[in-house]
Design a protein around this ligand. Structure first.
Ligand code: CA
Length: 422
């Protein structure tokens, strides 16, 4: 799908990779901070915040949380202004998918992932036997979510999850309901003594541990694979990787199948086929071919055509397992990143078709503004919907030609800036 804005936001919301890619992090240590752990407060705790915390007690009690657990969880915890800034920032442009994928399949991430496949071979054998999920995909998710756990060891890059979610629940605007729901789940996790509140680290939006599970996902899918009685996705690699595999399996992972293929579009390709599903045999009959060469191993499998940067960039036929990966993070760019990194870990090469680099993609609001500005100066556009269909591309190309620009048809921030300037 073309809505990169949503992709960018959901990535930023859910992963530590997004946290690192974002703006500077306040590296301060609160009064209760201990070396190696993120701070719990920056100064005096406002009474409004304390009142908010107390207002969450009835819901916690109703879900079986003890008063002792509740009090201990919030001891010394104050609001985090950085979380509020992140929760309310709305960038009008999104990160280009090629920049995102360059980062996810960086040489260092590939090299470390290959080391991890060797180092944890026995563990991955057991996980694959138990859950039927491709080990390279499990390791790729680990690498994308937390750089194989490395991020958790840097207190300037993680937050205390109780603090982050309490802040969101308190004044997180459109994310307040999410913050409260997840905070309630955190208290239930603490009640079970899987982890103590001080060591519950994660992203500003509450994605926790090496797997970056939000608390409700943790409650539903985390497993104790090393058998010590605790589901520890923070410090136990067996628990973290098995939890990821369990989540993928429960999300419909099909054992023995892959996520999808990069394909070469047939000449004179019909752009309206994007998003359509058919069997790989049907796609072959229409002239689609694997970019890496060779036949599709399971021609009867259903596959959906994905053009993340339009017909001018790499094209993909995605399979059922692509949808399972999206349950982890509902973004095509994310699932593509996982699938591609997994392929690279197994020795595969980079994408064959180059990305149409060199412009800054707009988010949905930006695209809608671009459409309305083009219409205002006389280009025929039926709908202002933020979706770049053939009519919008034609209008952009006509405008670019009129202004003597390179005719690309891309809905870019550069073009919108030009239109705003008249
Ligand atoms: Ca364990």
């Amino acid at each position: 799908m073309r809505t990169l804005s949503r992709i960018g936001r959901s990535i930023a919301l859910l992963t530590l990779a997004g946290l690192i890619a974002g703006c500077a992090i306040l590296g301060d240590f609160g009064p209760s901070g201990e070396p190696g752990l993120p701070p719990l407060a920056d100064g005096p705790i406002p009474p409004e915040f304390t009142a908010f915390v107390e207002s969450q007690w009835p819901a916690a009690e109703a879900r079986g949380v003890s008063r002792a657990t509740f009090v201990r969880a919030f001891q010394g915890v104050g609001p985090d202004n950085d979380v509020l800034v992140r929760a309310t920032s709305q960038p009008e442009f999104s990160r280009a998918i090629w920049d995102y994928l360059d980062d996810m399949a960086a040489e260092s991430r590939i090299a470390t992932g290959r080391d991890m496949l060797v180092r944890h071979r026995d563990l991955l054998d057991r996980i694959e036997a138990t859950y039927g999920v491709d080990r390279a995909v499990v390791v790729a998710i680990w690498g994308m979510e937390s750089s194989y756990g490395a991020i958790l060891r840097d207190p300037t890059k993680v937050k205390n999850v109780v603090r982050a979610l309490a802040t969101l629940g308190w004044r997180g605007g459109s994310r307040a309901a999410y913050g409260r729901q997840q905070l309630n789940a955190v208290l239930r996790i603490l009640e079970h003594h899987d982890v103590d509140a001080r060591h519950m680290t994660g992203s500003w939006a509450g994605a926790m541990g090496q797997t970056q599970f939000i608390p409700t996902t943790y409650l539903g899918y985390a497993v104790d694979f090393d058998g010590d009685g605790r589901r520890d996705i923070w410090t136990s690699v067996p628990d973290a990787l098995a939890s990821t595999a369990n989540y993928l399996k429960k999300s419909g992972w099909q054992a023995g199948a892959t996520w999808g293929y990069e394909v070469i579009l047939p000449p004179g390709f019909d752009t309206s086929l994007e998003g359509r599903s058919a069997t790989l045999a049907d796609w072959t009959a229409r002239g689609f071919a694997r970019a890496a060469g060779g036949a599709f191993p399971r021609p009867g499998d259903q596959a959906t055509l994905l053009l993340p940067a339009g017909p001018g960039g790499p094209a993909f036929l995605t399979l059922r397992n692509f949808q399972a990966i999206k349950r982890y993070n509902n973004a095509n760019a994310y699932a593509l990143g996982v699938g591609h990194l997994a392929d690279r870990l197994k020795g595969g090469g980079p994408f064959v078709t180059p990305w149409p680099r060199g412009y800054t993609p707009l988010d949905e609001d930006g695209r809608a503004e671009l459409q309305s500005r083009l219409r205002a100066i006389g280009f025929p556009l039926d709908k202002i919907d933020g979706k770049v269909g053939p009519q919008t591309v034609a209008a952009i190309r006509a405008y670019q030609a009129q202004r003597g620009l390179a005719v690309t048809g891309h809905a870019s921030l550069e073009l919108l800036t030009l239109l705003r300037g008249g």
